[in-house]
Ligand binder design. Structure first.
Ligand SMILES: Cc1ncc(COP(=O)(O)O)c(C=O)c1O
Length: 371
């Protein structure tokens, strides 16, 4: 079978098959254990819950299958990003971050990297290539960036970053490995919050780091084991279960987002619409070149803070919530999180509801704030 998103989706639910003995349960058993039977020589088996756990192994096997690279899991997306920074950087290093990506990544750099002697600069995602990468140890991008949905060209950035002797990490949270595979485009590291679409049910925080570079995997694994930033086995088990349906959920969410974005474009209450799948979007050509799908996030602006709040709160098929990627459609007015966006800016995460019913609810709520 050729290695494609479809073939990966087809084989994903059968990954455990080759390891099963007669009578083993087919669903993944949950191993809740801090200690393991450990007589004699201490090498080559599970010994202690901070070093390894069979439930982590299973979810990492799935994620590795999807990313095409070894994966290390963490208790949240931020824990995965922290592992990359604290596992790989040292005092005197300088890194480059997106100015318009997830705000907590910038906060991590400001509050914790800077006092340890790691400097950082910010650059907009859409012009990330401008200015080059000389002097940086690591460049970090998010594409599409949360919440503005600008893109950058991962392959071009990877090439320029490597020429400058640096490494490139991509936060792929908004796309998942079914929407975009940054390692195939030349990135050295993928980080992601599996809290979002991979788990998909909004009941777990989780994250992972993937890389084809063994030294990078060793560094983030070492960080996890030593710092104790370990995922809980139950959370790993839930994410394993979520991943089994990721492809079908992601497919529905992306298809619905395309329908809804086209209709939002024609609604009089909506301005500043961003969705990479729209031909009119400034990132559309790049999206076609580097993404398998256009994602399930849409952003747009309503006339005021109140109108945006009313639109979200009065829509019968929408949860007012931060985060995204769940089975429920949800939305948030991002200015309240401190993002540099207009007061009426809405980030919409399209869920798994049937699209016509979802659109009717969105349209009714938009009509209520029109004029
Ligand atoms: C793009 C992006 N990266 C990382 C994170 C952090 O994930 P977590 O909340 O699981 O720590 C988020 C959370 O919203 C995010 O949107």
């Amino acid at each position: 079978m050729p290695d494609t998103a479809r073939s990966r989706a087809a084989t994903l639910p059968h990954l455990r098959r080759g390891r099963l003995a007669k009578g083993d349960p087919i669903p993944l058993p949950l191993t809740m254990a801090a200690i393991f039977h450990a007589p004699g020589d201490a090498t080559g088996f599970d010994q202690y819950g901070r070093f390894s756990n069979p439930t982590w192994d299973a979810v990492e096997h799935m994620l590795a299958h999807l990313e095409g690279a070894p994966c290390v899991t963490f208790p949240s997306g931020m824990a995965a990003i922290s592992a990359v920074f604290f596992g790989l950087l040292k005092a005197g290093d300088r890194i480059l971050l997106p100015s318009d990506g997830y705000h907590t990544t910038r906060a991590l750099a400001e509050r914790f990297l800077k006092p340890f002697g790691v400097a950082y600069d910010l650059r907009p995602t859409s012009t990330f290539l401008d200015g080059g990468f000389d002097g940086y140890r690591l460049a970090f991008v998010e594409t599409p960036a949360n919440p503005g949905l600008d893109l950058c060209d991962i392959a071009a950035v990877a090439e320029a970053v490597h020429k400058a002797g640096a490494i490139l990490a991509v936060d792929n949270t908004t796309m998942t490995p079914f929407g975009q595979r940054p390692l195939d485009l030349g990135a050295d590291i993928v980080v992601a919050a599996d809290t979002k679409a991979p788990n998909g049910h909004s009941d777990v925080l989780f994250g992972h780091v993937a890389s084809r570079n063994a030294d990078i995997i060793a560094a983030v694994s070492g960080w996890r084991e030593t710092s104790g930033s370990i995922p809980g086995p139950f959370e790993a088990w839930l994410v394993h279960r979520g991943l089994e349906t990721l492809e079908v959920r992601f497919d529905r969410m992306c298809a619905s987002a395309e329908v809804i974005a086209r209709r939002l474009k024609d609604h009089q209450a909506v301005s500043g619409l961003r969705f990479p799948g729209l031909e009119s979007d400034p990132s559309h050509n790049l999206a076609c070149a580097q993404m398998e799908r256009f994602g399930f996030l849409i952003s747009f602006v309503l006339a005021s803070e109140d109108k945006a709040e009313d639109f979200i709160n009065n829509c019968a098929l929408m949860q007012a919530a931060t985060s995204f990627g769940g089975v429920h459609t949800s939305a948030e007015r991002r200015a309240k999180r401190g993002d540099a966006v207009p007061l009426g800016f809405v980030r919409l995460s399209v869920g798994c509801e049937p699209v016509e019913e979802l659109w009717q609810a969105i349209e009714a709520s938009l009509d209520g704030v029109s004029g």
